[in-house]
Design a protein around this ligand. Sequence first.
Ligand SMILES: [Zn+2]
Length: 83
Amino acid sequence: MTVSEQCPHGHIIRSSNDRLSTGYCRECQRQQNRRYRQKQRAAMDLVKALEAEGLIWDDQVPISQIVASLVSSRIAESSSNRL
Ligand SMILES: [Zn+2]
């Protein structure tokens, strides 16, 4: 059976190569990675801006960890939309 499928976002799934082992659309995954990097950059900018204002949460927490938690909180939100 070679019926061309589409993911919920309209990407054509031609073969199993267009899906990840999780069944998730490869193109969606690519877009999600791109959004993730954009969010990561936005989160980093936010943290740096706050830092420049002298608003640092806690010196014991590395900035990379603050950025990661900002990003992952948004990812958890968007991953609930998948399929
Ligand atoms: Zn897709």
